[in-house]
Design a protein around this ligand. Structure first.
Ligand code: URA
Length: 212
């Protein structure tokens, strides 16, 4: 499979193993959430690989040194509701000082257009590296609309993180947002007629919260 240049596939064995456990239908909601949290720290590690460092003077027990630290507090993690919240936890485990925002959209049954029901993001979004998260990149309709909304809100530097992507979702998202890199733990086979990813893991929100 040739990867689209915008896509980073995080195929670390630990990620793949945990993802398999998540896919299994007998996995409980509690275990599913825990695995999602663990995988999201590993995805975050990869997505933040090139964030800038600066140095500060510290004293070790032996001598003074110029030691590397993250430059500034310029990160914003944005959860695309509701399943994005499952990825958020692990990201905050790794970067507790990051600012957090939420975007909620639903699709109007008549117009088929996305309707915003919630939008709250950190101030100065235009100066931040924005990491937008949604576990399932299926049709990409909601992710794409959320990313458009973030751009309208001023975000300029955005990366998108998901757990699973369908080839159709990657195609649509890279076409709509060619400037946004995508990080995913797996690219599955296809979408079914209801827009679910195959083989997938089912409805991520329902599996996280036991709503089905
Ligand atoms: N959203 C989900 O939760 N699962 C899918 O397979 C597709 C979209």
């Amino acid at each position: 499979m040739t990867l689209h240049p915008n896509v980073t596939l995080v195929d670390h064995p630990l990620v793949q193993h945990k993802l398999t456990l998540m896919r299994e239908k007998e996995t409980s909601s509690a275990v599913f959430r825990q695995l999602l949290r663990e995988i999201s720290t590993l995805l975050t590690y990869e997505v933040l690989r090139d964030i800038p460092l600066t140095t500060k003077t510290i004293e070790t027990p032996l001598e003074e040194m110029q030691a590397p630290v993250l430059a500034g507090k310029k990160l914003a993690f944005i959860s695309i509701l509701r399943a994005g919240n499952g990825l958020l936890e692990g990201m905050l485990d790794l970067v507790p000082s990051a600012r957090v925002g939420h975007v909620g959209l639903y699709r109007d049954h008549d117009t088929l257009q996305p309707v915003e029901y919630y939008y709250k993001v950190p101030r100065n979004i235009e100066d931040r590296l924005v990491i937008a998260v949604d576990p399932m990149l299926a049709t990409s309709n909601s992710a794409s609309a959320a990313l458009t909304r973030l751009k309208e809100g001023g975000a300029k530097n955005i990366k998108f993180v998901c757990l699973l992507a369908a080839p159709e979702g990657i195609e649509a998202l890279t076409t709509a947002h060619p400037d946004i890199p995508i990080f995913t733990a797996a690219i599955d086979t296809r979408l079914n007629e209801k827009g679910y990813i195959l083989p997938g893991l089912g409805d991520a929100g329902d599996r996280m919260y036991g709503t089905k």
